[in-house]
Write a protein that binds this ligand. Structure first.
Ligand code: FES
Ligand code: FES
Length: 154
């Protein structure tokens, strides 16, 4: 099968019943997307499939054939972190960091759609992402910080 990952066409010989998460991590070596629950509960494996946010653990690798996948590895600009990534670090929203790639993808997706979400909208958008460390307050601070920076840049 072949899939376009972060702008580059890649091929893999993989069991079609494997998940997109397995394809990304094991076949393509893109380990930014994390495997925490493998049942669509935690959001740590969030990626874009043809621009839509999905849990890579719930999508079959075969479903990504001839389609566009974007992962957390594409969020930074080379060595330069994105505004969302910077905000997570500055706000102290990262502890063990296992959930962070999923949050970064979800927040990046949210702010691309709505640059000025209110708190209810942020909580709703992040309701599929679980963090076991931070208590979420710092994550909400990071979203507010990233949103204000991105609005300033427009
Ligand atoms: S590993 Fe996919 S949602 Fe938890
Ligand atoms: S920072 Fe540890 S799970 Fe979120």
């Amino acid at each position: 099968m072949r899939t376009n990952v972060n702008g580059e066409w890649r091929e893999a010989d993989i069991w079609p019943g494997a998940s997109l998460l397995t394809l990304l991590r094991d076949a393509f070596g893109l380990t930014g997307s994390k495997n925490a629950c493998e049942q669509g509960e935690c959001g740590s494996c969030s990626v874009w499939l043809d621009g839509e946010l999905v849990c890579a653990c719930l999508v079959l690798a075969a479903q990504a054939h001839d389609r566009q996948v974007r992962t957390v590895e594409s969020v930074a600009d080379g060595q330069r972190m994105s505004a969302v990534q910077d905000a997570f670090v500055e706000a102290g929203a990262v502890q063990c960091g296992f959930c962070t790639p999923g949050f970064v993808v979800a927040v990046t997706h949210l702010l691309a759609q709505d640059p000025n979400p209110n708190e209810v909208q942020v909580r709703e958008a992040l309701s599929g992402n679980i963090c076991r460390c931070t208590g979420y307050a710092k994550i909400l601070d990071a979203v507010t910080l990233a949103a204000s920076r991105l609005r300033e840049d427009r």
